[in-house]
Design a protein around this ligand. Structure first.
Ligand code: GRF
Length: 202
């Protein structure tokens, strides 16, 4: 059966992309294949990870376009050219409007480094999420994989995994633990689940 063609959207270090690439090798991700990496940032180390694993990549910088519509039209064109069926947002920092997300209903998933609905939505990304968790004093945080719609971090939740907050945690220490114990485990599993459900004939 044909594998679901996956594009991974990145902006930074690409540790979640790396987890997906490793999962493809280990067989955890077997119903889908990572066919393309799209980066919002030409300096993203995620691009190096793609190159090291023989995955084609493309950089599409929002600032190069005069409008959100033109930007999204270009991204859509690239998706069509590569026959992409599933988009995985992995540390992706550019906005995707309803004009884009509505073209891929239940075909875009995102990893967010908290237990949604806590510490999510506009302005909650990267370290800020963990700073908010520490400021609030939660004893448990974690990561969430959800479908993407027009509401930031607002789509249907697919999977979650809890992670303990420890005495003396800094935002950096907590971020690393959430990545290791939750994000890098959940995202490949969720990608496999959705890729399997989208496979031809399912
Ligand atoms: C990290 O803050 C991670 O928690 C979130 O996106 C950021 C970058 O991740 N998912 P990555 O290393 O680029 O995958």
């Amino acid at each position: 059966m044909l594998k679901t063609k996956i594009a991974v959207f990145v902006s930074g270090g690409g540790t979640n992309l790396q987890a997906l690439l490793d999962a493809e090798k280990s067989g955890i991700l077997q119903s889908g294949e990572i066919s393309l990496v799209l980066s919002s940032n030409h300096k993203a180390y995620a691009l190096t990870r793609a190159a090291e694993n023989g995955v084609p990549s493309v950089v599409v910088e929002r600032k190069k376009f005069s409008s959100q519509e033109e930007y999204e039209a270009q991204v859509k064109k690239i998706m069509e050219e590569h026959g992409i069926e599933l988009i995985v947002l992995a540390g992706f920092m550019s906005i995707l409007s309803e004009g884009f997300t509505s073209a891929y209903p239940k075909r875009i998933i995102n990893i967010h480094p908290s237990l949604i609905p806590s510490f999510c939505g506009k302005g909650y990304y990267g370290l800020k999420v963990h700073e908010a968790a520490l400021d609030y004093g939660v004893k448990v945080t974690g990561a969430t994989v959800h479908f993407v719609n027009e509401i930031p971090d607002g789509g249907e939740i697919l999977m979650q995994k809890a992670v303990e907050v420890k005495e003396g945690d800094t935002a950096e220490i907590l971020q690393r633990r959430v990545m290791e114990e939750a994000e890098w485990i959940l995202l490949p599993k969720a990608a496999e689940q959705v890729a399997k459900s989208l496979q031809k004939g399912q």
